[in-house]
Design a protein around this ligand. Sequence first.
Ligand SMILES: [Zn+2]
Length: 267
Amino acid sequence: MNDTIANSADKGRSFLSYPKDNVLRPVWRAVLNLVGQNPLPLRNRRPIVSFAFDDFPRTALTEGARILEEAGARGTFYTALGLAGTTNSLGELFQVEDLHQVTERGHELATHTFDHVSARDVSNSRFVANVHKGIDSFAALTGLSPTADFAYPFGCTNLRLKVKVGRSMQSCRGNFPGLNGPTADRNLLRANPLYGGREALREAVALVDLNRRANGWLIFYTHDVRPNHSHFGCTPALLQALLGYISKQNDKIARVVDIIEKAGVVD
Ligand SMILES: [Zn+2]
């Protein structure tokens, strides 16, 4: 499901882990950004933009991947394997055969826990177990191997998890907005929602421009890609227009794995 919606379950919730949306929240975010970093100094010659599809709905592949490919680009699909074959407000979610399409067409298959569980709703140990189930089930259920790039469902993590999950992954992505670089944090990559239709183009272009001036790494994430998109998806027209703009600027469009595995050295 969407990665910005607040979870309702408060059971076992620690005030220090998840302050409500008040004055403490920015402080908590700042602390979470600062603590437990796994620094990746970027040595990119031009600005980088990545596109991520979370969960993922089938339209992310039928429309999202197709549009990226038309621009000569590839994306990162953060997949929660337990959602295979289900349907929710994002539309129909992926089928197992779609996962083969993702890799055969050169996109990155990354993970997003097995059950799309929120770190707010379960103990840290149960969360970590679900992270590993999300990876280990791939071979058994699909014969495919995902990369060691991970995204937290709902963007939820905490100080202990940031370090613990970070140890077993080559990168972890949250949903704190902003740019990555000049030193990115592999344990909590920043990412920005790409939601809406053409009316959202202006804001997305402004981020791309900001990223160019900073020579940074900008990650966009979305879910369904269809004309009647959900609150957490975008239209094919928006994605197409944004890619058209980025291509004209000669920014590099790369999968998350391309940046992480090249240790930030990108031409
Ligand atoms: Zn998600």
